[in-house]
Each structure stands twice: as structure tokens, then as C-alpha cells.
Design a protein around this ligand. Structure first.
Ligand SMILES: [Fe+2]
Ligand SMILES: [Fe+2]
Length: 417
């Protein structure tokens, strides 16, 4: 018997026990011999795994690997191993993520060449030393000072505040809220496009904002509006330190992953997790724009010292981007749950309410593992065992989350950027 991922189920396999979906709803009876039609239905019904007779998970995994060229697998393992060097491969979900990344790369779905990204180590010392010389007089920095510096930081667009006000007014109807949103025509158009995309996957077209508000919900739509507005604010920040396209791809993939995982956890308003993922590294944009020298030192130190970027930031500045991101969201008076997820996405155990930060933490790690864009980090950050336990899901959600994100991301990138 073995718990097999739905993607690896094959016709003729026999169920060792009754199969239920994540809601606990009965799907197929113990003893059923699976057919191609069953496999299609299982995916449609959101089943992520099944207990199969006379097959072990190890057999299935080895069989999947055996179908690939051994030389390619070896090369891919080395490259992926470099990216995972700060992660604990003994931890089962991390091992599963590593396995999925190796398979994906071996099948040619991820084209990055890690050796180029990781850089030559022998030049490390020289680079850091020369960089430190350029840091004279700029060694201390106050995170609150960065936030106070409004010169390069536009304020939150008023449309979001107007939407919030409309939602909080008693007796506001879906039509009233749609009226406020429609004041911003470009926001309205993008909201409608996203509502009609694979992100929601509704079978019929939603052509008016008031219908979108009714179907999706006021809080959900206002959360989406918030995320899109913030992207607009930061899109105008020029930076020579970061490829902005890559930054937003990383943020968006993290947001989509977080929303899907939140769905598995039956969290209401999964859009909140989408926006938390979208904004999780926003502190880095502040650093790149308002403290470029320190940010550059951290990037170089991480690159040539072979360390994680958030640790290098902490060593150089005494705080990292998650702290500054949390302070910014607090300044903007955004919902406390968003601030909490951004502030603690590298340390969910420090949060009083760790579930949502833990989801963003996992979503970020998955995004880094798959090298979906980058906010500057080149390695897979370690997965906190406490965060994984707090999420409390099977590691088989990893592959189904990756598959769904793959389906949604290209369309959302086109819509938002
Ligand atoms: Fe981060
Ligand atoms: Fe990140």
C-alpha cells in the first residue's frame, strides 16, 4: 500500500481504501480498479492523493525517474542540489519539492542555468572587499527612517481607501461598491479581466463589476483591487539593482501559490493570501530604491559569500526586507493580517497568528525552488518545520499547487503587467 500523488496514478491501480476529496466527500470505493476516466475525474474533483494496493510510493517515484535519461537526471540533480544547499533535504516536504524540481528540469520545463546564476566563488573575497570600501559612511541605517522617507515612496492611491470606506458603510450594495471601483477605469478593466481568467475559472463570462462583486464578494474584490494598486505604485520605481519583471514574476507566483494553498486550508477570502504573496518581498523594493548602497552590499555579500540574501541583509543592516515590508504596510494602515504575513514570511513562528505567514513562507520557498523570477534570492530558503506542521497538509499538495500555478501564471502576468 502507498499514498500516491494524483499525478502519478495510473489506470489498473486498485484503491486500498475509500477515496475522498479534501472536503471529506466520498469519491470512489475501496477496491475500485482505476480507469483513464477515473483519473480525469479525480483531478477535476481536487483529489490530491490516493492509497493504492500493492504499490509503494518509492516504487512509483523510482519508476518515474527510470523513464528519464540517467545522464540528464545526474546533471539536473547537481544543479538543483546547488539551489537547495541551504534547505534540509531530510525534511519530507523539502525532499518532495527537490524531487519535483529535478523532474521538472529534466523534462525541460525550467530553463534556468544555475551555474551562471551562482557565479564563480574564487572572486568572492575581492568583490566583497571592494564593495565594503564603497560602503564607508553608510554602515548604519534605521528601518523607520527608510519608511519616513516619502520622497521616493508614493502614497497608497485614494481609490483603495474609497473602496474600503464603501465596504465598511452599512447598507452598501454590490452596485454601490461597483460604482466606486468604476471611478478608476483602468482598475475596473483589469479587475474584470482577472475575474474572467483561469485564476477563477468561472464557466461563463462575468461582464459587469456589480456581478463580479456579487459573485466574488466585496472583501475579495477590494483585496484584489488593493494588490493591483500597489503594483502600480511600485512599477514606477526605477532600479538598476533588480530586474523588475523578474521581481514581479516571483511575487505573482508566490501570490498564486499562497492562494491555492489557502484554498486547501479552506481559508475564507483566499485573495488576501494572493495579495500577501504578491507583496511579501516589497521591503526589497524599498531597500533597492531608498537604500541602494546597503541593498547592493547585501546582494554581493549573499552572492559571493554563498549565503541567503535575507541573512546577508540582516548582517549588513541589522534588519531584513521582511521587517521593512511589514513597517510599510503598517504605515499604509493595511489589514493587520497582510502586515503579519509580510513581516513574518521568513519567520512564521515569531507571529502570534502563524498560519497565514506560514502559507506565504511555503509559497515563497516553492517559488524560489522553481526559480519563478527572483527578488534577488538565488537559493531555496529553509522550510521551517514548525510552519509546515502549522499548515498541516500532505506533501502531495506541492505538485498539484505547482500544476495549478503553471496554468494560471502566464495569463495573470499578461493581465497585470
Ligand atoms: Fe522574502
Ligand atoms: Fe520571496
Amino acid at each position: 500500500m502507498g499514498i500516491i500523488n494524483v499525478a502519478e496514478l495510473k489506470p489498473e491501480m486498485v484503491l486500498a481504501e475509500d477515496l475522498r476529496n479534501l472536503d471529506g466527500r466520498f469519491v470512489l470505493a475501496k477496491g475500485t480498479k482505476l480507469t483513464k476516466k477515473h483519473l480525469r475525474i479525480l483531478r477535476m474533483w481536487g483529489v490530491i492523493e490516493a492509497n493504492i494496493r500493492r504499490v509503494s510510493r518509492k516504487d512509483v517515484e523510482e519508476n518515474t525517474i527510470a523513464q528519464l535519461d540517467p545522464a540528464v537526471i545526474e546533471e539536473v540533480k547537481n544543479l538543483t542540489g546547488e539551489r537547495f544547499q541551504h534547505a534540509d533535504l531530510e525534511h519530507p516536504p523539502v525532499r518532495e519539492l527537490y524531487r519535483l524540481c529535478c523532474l521538472r528540469r529534466a523534462r525541460g520545463r525550467s530553463g534556468i542555468t544555475l551555474r551562471e546564476n551562482l557565479g564563480p566563488h574564487d572572486t568572492a573575497k575581492k568583490q566583497i572587499d571592494s564593495n565594503r570600501l564603497s560602503n564607508d559612511g553608510a554602515t548604519t541605517i534605521d528601518p523607520h527612517e527608510l519608511i519616513r522617507n516619502d520622497i521616493k515612496l508614493p502614497s497608497l492611491p485614494t481609490i483603495y481607501l474609497q473602496i474600503s470606506e464603501a465596504i465598511n458603510r452599512p447598507n452598501s450594495s454590490a452596485r454601490d461598491i461597483a460604482k466606486v471601483i468604476s471611478k478608476d477605469t483602468s482598475l475596473s478593466a483589469r479587475l474584470l479581466k482577472i475575474v474572467n481568467s483561469t485564476f477563477y475559472g468561472f464557466p461563463s463570462k462575468i461582464d459587469t463589476l456589480s456581478r463580479a462583486v456579487t459573485i466574488i464578494g466585496t472583501m475579495q474584490l477590494s483585496t484584489l483591487a488593493l494588490g493591483m494598486n500597489i503594483i502600480r505604485v511600485f512599477k514606477r520605481i526605477p532600479s538598476h539593482l533588480i530586474d523588475m519583471k523578474s521581481f514581479w514574476e516571483h511575487s505573482l507566483a508566490c501570490g498564486i501559490n499562497a492562494r491555492i494553498i489557502a484554498g486547501y486550508k479552506k481559508i475564507q477570502n483566499t485573495e488576501r493570501l494572493f495579495v500577501a504573496g504578491l507583496l511579501h518581498d516589497i521591503g526589497r523594493l524599498l531597500l533597492y530604491s531608498n537604500a541602494p548602497l546597503h541593498a547592493k552590499n547585501a546582494l554581493l555579500s549573499a552572492k559571493y559569500g554563498n549565503t541567503l540574501l535575507y541573512k546577508a541583509e540582516y548582517e549588513i543592516m541589522g534588519f531584513d526586507h521582511s521587517k521593512i515590508g511589514g513597517l510599510l504596510l503598517k504605515k499604509w494602515k493595511l489589514p493587520i493580517s497582510l502586515e503579519n504575513s509580510v513581516r513574518h514570511h521568513h519567520s512564521p513562528h515569531r507571529s502570534k497568528d502563524p498560519l497565514e505567514p506560514a502559507i506565504v513562507h511555503l509559497a515563497d520557498i516553492m517559488t524560489n525552488a522553481l526559480a519563478r523570477g527572483s527578488s534577488g534570492e538565488r537559493f531555496v530558503p529553509p522550510l521551517s518545520p514548525d510552519a509546515w506542521e502549522c499548515i498541516g497538509l500532505s506533501s502531495n499538495i506541492l505538485s498539484s499547487t505547482i500544476r495549478q500555478t503553471d496554468r494560471q501564471i502566464e495569463e495573470i502576468i499578461q493581465l497585470l503587467f
